[in-house]
Design a protein around this ligand. Structure first.
Ligand code: H2P
Length: 826
């Protein structure tokens, strides 16, 4: 019995004295240095491992509890995790935060100075990766037995710098100083095959079981990061795989004859698999590498899941009772074919039995409606890289289409639409279709998104299997995005609500509502915002050199740069404000700071040019003696989770202005509203649910809704007619065209103008008037601070629903059917 096993002597203590003792001992015995000679990184690493030890203790107890209970586990498969900095989080979660300052003072160092070495692992692009991190946080907080699987990219999302206003990407060497938060687990390494050939199994007349002999094999080596729950003892893990060459890869013979580069060819090829997050897929080798990554993640993780299952169980009948796998978007969907291959080819199960297990095991979350974001892979590429998986796709599709034909006899059109294989000049595998066919539950990430998924993108599937479709609206962790990001507001909330219980029961924020009319509370609320804005102003000045006024309306648009998110619309508004001030310098205007943050994918030229234009507009606005009295534009480079935590608490206005029907959910919208920013937004994604909750009076709504946008597109949208009909719009576009932002050169930003007047894919021009008018009502509301503060308080008070704890509870009830396992105190 696990209970009887000897346990290590507890080595970590619960007092300030013990913490300090451990810290100094770690400095000596782990880091091998002394107080006198310790460098900044020495101090940071020592503090990190001292905190980490406390988590390890909980992790050991979590593992013991999981062994004893043998529960159903959630396995979250995700190509991305945007975890954010770890030190402050883990200090908070281990309740050791309060000791750091006195100890640091004792030792003569500043905790803030150490934090600069706390590099955030940038293993994701945006909302999808950050959502994965929020869900992992909430699963641990709710004591859900879970493991996250991902890739340990050697270089995460690039570091963004600006040169002459242009985005320049630099590699993110996030592990350069080592990562104290992870544990390598080389003994759990797995071998993964690629390429090669398949042959029939003579004992299987149906030819459903075949043998694959890969042409290349690489090793996947895991390490894990600890994911503590807040206010509980549970510590789960995220297991990240790194690709390594197999042992025989080094070619000693070639090295011996001086072919040094060739000698390591195989090693380089193998290790490239986990080298970078999202290799550029505009080239053939890039696409192949990306698919290799996806299969690498899936193959390593499934073997590990099976290994874990077998540690506790035997036989396959119970597999789907103990294992539930969540596919985070289409990136890990090859897992469906890989599990079939493992069960049928390697473990000898019959096809039908294996398919039953597979279908019960998987669930799929879709995060988009953009057709181009729903992955498809060329059949040819799959046949070469994963020949056995391609055969399995064909077999799955064969049986699936039989079912479709039975349901819709004679309707070959529906067969063509639903097939996992897309026919055409180049045949492709539709990963979303494979995911739906291979899953028990499919979910969208906000109400509108799920409705549109079921009504358009996956309509045929929702007709055939309505019971598979669910909605689980996204959420964000209040620990990181309120408690850690906004300590001043958290303190005020705790003071009003009496205790910190709201941190794990966020609906309790409703208790703030009745105080929205209390002048003293409003004043305190305003003070907190002012304090946060002053902090942001100082940081922005340090990083961009631009002075901003903490009393100006702080208007933020922070998210990936993408045409559908419509940074171009925000920019048209900025230019309009500039033009108005220039046209009538004597009038008074509400002072505003417009803050942009976000990166454009390295190959996304249109958005990179827009970034350049934002910087150029900022240059003109901020140096114009009249305009800059009322308007400043700042664009701190390299927006990431750390910066988000700094910007969000200071925001007054949250820009959520995507074209209706395009943003699946959004999560920045939730973070900002929770921190008391008012939203200006379209009826898109979770904006709708935010507005429903905070109330229409406390939300600035503009623009077309989805049916209106669809109707306009159908009627033949002409951006030029909007341009011609609206003087201010014409002036804004003409200001760009005139070369004002390129020292008179009309060519530099001509493509931006052409895109607006030519196609305007996301109909920014159609929403311009409604948007600018709505911004005028925002400015108007700002002039009444009491009213604004009231609205701000009500936003926070009514956004408790958007906690990722609620999201995880819904996944548990609707999809995962898992129960918590409580972990005992030490
Ligand atoms: C995506 C969607 C968002 C959604 C998020 C998490 C892919 O994130 O577009 O609408 O909230 O997933 O479900 P993003 O655009 O931020 O990269």
């Amino acid at each position: 019995m696990t209970e009887a096993r000897p346990r290590p002597r507890r080595t970590v203590g619960d007092s300030l004295e013990e913490f300090e003792r451990d810290l100094i001992s770690n400095l000596y015995y782990q880091r091998g240095t002394t107080i006198e000679s310790a460098s900044g990184p020495d101090g940071y690493h020592t503090l990190a491992v001292t905190v980490r030890d406390r988590l390890v203790d909980r992790y050991a107890r979590t593992a013991a509890a999981h062994y004893a209970a043998n529960p159903r586990f959630v396995y979250y498969l995700s190509a991305e995790y945007l975890l954010g900095r770890q030190l402050r989080q883990n200090l908070l979660y281990t309740d050791t935060e309060r000791w750091v300052r006195p100890i640091a003072e004792d030792l003569g160092v500043s905790p803030e100075a150490l934090e600069v070495y706390d590099v955030e692992p940038g293993l994701g692009n945006g909302g999808l990766g950050r959502l994965a991190a929020c869900l992992m946080d909430s699963m641990a907080t709710l004591d859900i037995p879970a493991v996250g699987y991902g890739i340990r990219y050697e270089f995460g999302i690039f570091k963004q710098t600006f040169r002459d206003g242009k985005q320049v990407e630099r590699p993110d060497d996030w592990t350069f100083y080592g990562n104290p938060w992870e544990f390598p687990a080389p003994d759990d390494r797995q071998l993964v095959g690629f390429y090669g050939t398949t042959v029939a199994d003579p004992k299987d007349p149906e030819n459903l079981r075949r043998k694959w002999t890969p042409g290349e094999t690489v090793r996947g080596e895991p390490s894990h990061m600890l994911v503590p729950g807040y206010g509980t003892q549970t510590v789960n893990i995220i297991r990240l795989w790194q690709a390594r060459a197999s042992r025989e890869s080094f070619d000693l013979a070639r090295f011996g004859v001086g072919q040094y580069v060739e000698a390591v060819d195989d090693i380089v090829r193998a290790e490239n698999i986990s080298k970078v997050l999202y290799p550029d897929d505009s080239t053939e080798p890039g696409r192949e590498l990306r698919l290799k990554q996806q299969y690498f993640l899936v193959a390593c993780s499934l073997r590990d899941i099976i290994r874990r299952y077998r540690l506790r169980n035997s036989g396959w009948e119970g597999f789907a009772d103990k294992v539930v796998i969540q596919l985070n978007d289409t990136h890990p969907v090859m897992a469906v074919t890989e599990l079939m291959r493992l069960l049928v080819d390697e473990h000898g199960l019959g096809w039908d039995e294996a398919w039953g297990i597979t279908r019960r095991t998987f669930n799929y979350t879709c995060h988009t409606l953009l057709p181009e974001a729903l992955e498809t892979w060329p059949v040819q590429l799959l046949e070469r890289l994963l020949p056995r998986h391609m055969e399995i796709v064909y077999a799955i599709n064969h049986f699936f289409l039989e079912e479709v034909r039975q349901a819709y006899p004679g309707d070959e059109d529906v067969v063509r639409r639903m097939s996992i294989i897309q026919e055409g000049d180049e045949r492709r595998v539709r990963m979303a279709h494979l995911a739906v066919v291979g899953s028990t539950a499919v979910n969208g990430v906000a109400e509108l998104h799920t409705k549109l998924l079921a009504g358009t993108t996956l309509h045929d599937f929702a007709q055939l299997w309505p019971e598979r479709f669910h909605n689980v609206t996204n959420g964000v962790t209040p620990r990181r995005f309120l408690r850690m990001a906004n300590p001043a507001l958290s303190e005020l909330i705790t003071e009003m609500l009496g205790d910190e219980g709201w941190l794990t029961d966020l609906e309790r924020l409703h208790g703030l509502g009745p105080h929205a009319d209390d002048p003293a509370f409003r004043a305190a609320w305003r003070d907190v915002k002012r304090h946060n804005k002053a902090g942001l102003a100082a940081a922005v000045e340090r990083s961009t050199g631009v002075l901003i006024d903490p009393d100006a309306l702080c208007d933020v648009m922070i998210k990936r740069f993408h045409e559908y998110k419509r940074q171009q619309l925000k920019l048209l508004h900025v230019i309009t404000m500039m033009n108005r001030i220039r046209a009538d310098p004597q009038a008074t205007y509400v002072p505003r700071t417009v803050l942009f943050g976000g990166k454009a994918a390295p190959g996304y030229h249109a958005m990179k040019l827009l970034i350049e234009l934002v910087n150029a507009v900022a240059g003109v606005v901020n140096t114009d003696p009249v305009v800059s009295r009322y308007l400043r534009v700042v664009f701190p480079a390299d927006y990431n989770v750390t910066k988000a935590q700094f910007i969000i608490p200071a925001a007054d206005l949250s820009e959520q202005i995507s074209l209706a029907g395009k943003e699946a959910s959004g999560t920045g919208n939730m973070k900002l509203a929770l921190n008391g920013a008012l939203t200006i937004g379209t009826l898109d994604g979770a904006n709708i649910e935010i507005r429903d909750r905070v109330g229409a009076d406390n939300f600035f709504l503009f623009g077309m809704d989805t049916p209106a946008a669809t109707a306009l597109r159908r009627s033949g949208y002409s951006p030029r007619s909007f341009y011609e009909a609206d003087f201010e719009l014409r002036l804004a576009v003409d200001t760009i065209a005139s070369g004002t932002f390129a020292k008179g050169d009309r060519d530099v930003f001509a493509p931006v103008v052409d895109a607006m007047l030519g196609r305007d894919e996301y109909m920014a021009l159609a929403d311009y008037r409604s948007y600018v008018d709505c911004q005028d009502t925002v400015a108007e509301a700002w002039t009444d601070p009491d009213r604004w503060t009231r609205m701000s308080i009500l936003n926070t008070a009514r956004c408790g629903f958007f906690s990722s704890d609620r999201t995880v509870r819904e996944y548990c009830e609707q999809i995962w059917k898992v129960d918590p396992v409580r972990v005992g105190e030490a």
